[in-house]
Design a protein around this ligand. Structure first.
Ligand code: DC
Length: 226
């Protein structure tokens, strides 16, 4: 049976995960957060103490990381690293930076490719990431490139951090981190972040969350003929 796949790519902070989750729920599809998969392998390599530039070190260690994706009854994605649920440990700024660095390593991307494709082969998915429409699922039924200005993304990220109780975060630092991560994700040699030629671009800079979700659903419904 052919499953439907919806690819949502875009830079950090464009609202991908929140929107992809909402859209998946509405459609009754699984939401696959591929950033969490990169973060899990990042957590493993970080614990091992390997430098993100150390290609040989990564090659030596990577087979020791058993990564598994599971969904609970509520549809939430859980990441398992060597049989331990590490989901709650994945969203630190430190790991954001480290995961972005190791995701430039071709071997890391290669190891994670089958895992992501298998998830889409066995269920209907809304999958978000950087290279879903271009590399992971080039034949996805719908491709969306979600974007927003760096300033808007930094403001949203800062608000999120403040809501979690982070009082020290500054707008300038968050913006600088976002710009640096964009630059790295867009300019790496393998599977860089870019808009697929057949993707629909949605800019959420001037849209509320509700408006963005409605815009996304409109694109999806039109493409799928719903
Ligand atoms: O979406 P995120 O911030 O959780 O992703 C963390 C890092 O993982 C991001 O900076 C780049 C990398 N990544 C990737 O290279 N390809 C993906 N499909 C998803 C994430």
């Amino acid at each position: 049976m052919k499953h439907i796949s919806i690819a949502i790519d875009g830079p950090a902070g464009a609202g991908k995960s929140t929107l992809a989750r909402q859209v998946a729920e509405k459609l009754g599809y699984a939401y696959v957060d591929t950033g969490a998969i990169y973060r899990t392998i990042g957590l493993f390599l970080q614990i091992c103490g390997v430098s993100p530039k150390d290609t040989d070190g990564i090659a030596r260690l990577i087979d020791e990381a058993a990564i598994r994706v599971e969904y609970d009854e509520a549809g939430a994605q859980h990441m398992f690293l060597n049989d331990q649920d590490v989901t709650a440990e994945l969203r630190t700024p430190d790991l954001s930076d480290y995961a972005s660095k190791i995701s430039a390593q071709p071997l890391v991307r290669e190891v994670l490719l089958d895992l992501q494709r298998n998830l889409a082969a066995t269920r209907n998915v809304v999958m978000d990431g950087r290279d879903i429409g271009t590399v992971v699922l080039p034949k996805a039924d719908v491709k969306i490139f979600l974007t927003a200005s760096p300033e808007v993304r930094a403001r949203r990220r800062l608000l999120e951090m403040q809501e979690k109780g982070d009082k020290k975060a500054s707008f300038e630092k968050v913006l600088a981190d976002i710009r640096q991560r964009d630059d790295r994700d867009m300019h790496r040699a393998v599977a860089p972040l870019k808009c697929a030629h057949d993707a629909v671009k949605v800019d959420t800079s001037d849209l509320t969350l509700e408006e963005s979700a409605a815009a996304l659903l409109a694109v999806i419904e039109k493409r799928l003929g719903l």
